[in-house]
Design a protein around this ligand. Structure first.
Ligand code: SF4
Ligand code: SF4
Length: 380
């Protein structure tokens, strides 16, 4: 299958933006002018689906989800250009959709702008088989003339970085996302799955929320960090590659960038607009380190080489969400204490529990041998 047109252009635009107040409106207008990505010619009368990152039910200040003020700026612009707009996502915590819509501030923005907010779980999906990966994509995404991808810039315990490319994993509806984690637990293969997904998406433009991002134990339990920019591109891979440069991350450690064909590894995005000097950005020391080792060594040394969740009893509220999210039933809730109990033998290091915990009670940890190998290999 041919790559969609959105993957053909490597221009990446950066605009400085210090906060979500007046600075955001000004920065958004500058970005729109620079990129020309959203104009009446492009979107008038077209079905446009906006896909923010609505991972779970956190407030905008927690920097887990796309800031609602960025969404507001975009909706106003799209409406002014005559687009037929819908906002949609399939959050990790699908059981609590109403809570996710409200706590993230997205519901009130959509209501104020009179834009439908839809769950990508409940509108049907189309199955695909691409490059050996079988998955489904929600129909409202496939039926759109244009998707505006609106990610948050964050660290990620499985993929190192989550921004433009990984945000569209949320177009796979419901718990099939979790099942895919079970089928493809290694970050490198998971990265190839995400690249396969992008082959079936319609035309897409990305505007990344890097005003305040998340570092450390992302994508849900890290620290908010002021990065001070908005970024936009047609090609999400070029945008994430440029983000790696800005955040001083070796892009070869991001599975969906590292798994690209050899030629694309050399591909350098053309950066346009402001020069961004982001502060030092901490990435999680997590499952991606398993990629440093050959498969045979990982398989034969399971007791010595691992990445697993560790639980804080002080922070845990015994809500059970981690156990529910685990794709391989490696977690059960202890009847006496109410705390989660891990079956090490079943764990596939997918980070789903870490991603969904609402109380910052889970850290992904690595074995001593893996930490030593990391030092030996010279990985920060
Ligand atoms: S325990 Fe956590 S990291 Fe391990 S398989 Fe389950 S969800 Fe994934
Ligand atoms: S670790 Fe987190 S998700 Fe799991 S039961 Fe405790 S609070 Fe809930």
């Amino acid at each position: 299958m041919l790559s969609p047109p959105s993957l053909m252009n490597n221009d990446v635009f950066f605009v400085r933006c210090d906060d979500y107040g007046n600075a955001l409106a000004e920065a958004f207008n500058r970005l729109s002018g620079l990129t020309g990505l959203i104009t009446p010619k492009e979107v008038s009368g077209k079905r446009v689906l906006v896909k923010p990152n609505l991972l779970t039910d956190r407030t905008p200040e927690q920097a887990v989800t796309t800031h609602p003020e960025l969404l507001r700026q975009l909706l106003v612009k799209l409406k002014a250009c005559g687009a037929e707009v819908t906002v949609g996502d399939s959050p990790a915590s699908t059981a609590n959709l109403k809570q996710v819509w409200e706590k993230t501030g997205i519901a009130s923005i959509c209501a104020a702008e009179r834009i439908p907010l839809i769950s990508l779980e409940q509108c049907g999906a189309t199955p695909f088989e691409i490059d050996g990966f079988a998955f489904t994509v929600a129909n409202p995404v496939l039926n759109a003339d244009l998707v505006v991808n609106l990610p948050k810039v964050k660290s990620h315990s499985l993929t190192v970085l989550t921004a433009s490319v990984k945000n569209m994993y949320g177009t796979i509806p419901g718990y099939s996302k979790t099942a895919l984690h079970r089928m493809y637990p290694k970050p490198r293969v998971f990265g190839q799955l995400i690249r396969a997904l992008w082959q079936v998406l319609p035309r897409t433009v990305t505007i990344a929320d890097g005003v305040v991002g998340m570092e450390g134990q992302g994508p849900a339990n890290g620290r908010p960090i002021k990065l001070g920019f908005l970024a936009a591109a047609q090609n999400p891979f070029a945008l994430d590659r440029a983000l790696c440069d800005v955040l001083r991350i070796d892009f070869r450690r991001v599975p969906y960038l590292a798994s690209s064909p050899e030629g694309e590894l050399q591909e350098t995005p053309t950066v346009i607009g402001d020069t961004i000097c982001a502060p030092p950005f901490e990435i999680p020391a997590g499952a991606h380190l398993l990629n440093l080792l050959p498969d045979w060594l990982v398989r034969s040394s399971e007791r010595l080489v691992w990445v697993r969740p560790a639980f804080s009893r002080q922070a845990c509220t015994a809500c059970g969400k981690c156990s529910h999210a685990c794709p391989v039933n490696a977690l059960s809730m202890d009847k006496a204490t109410g705390w989660p109990v891990l079956n090490h033998k079943l764990c596939i290091s997918c980070s789903c529990c870490h991603e969904i915990c609402p109380s910052n009670a889970i850290r992904m940890t690595q074995s001593t041998l893996l930490r030593l190998l990391k030092v030996f290999k010279g990985v920060d």
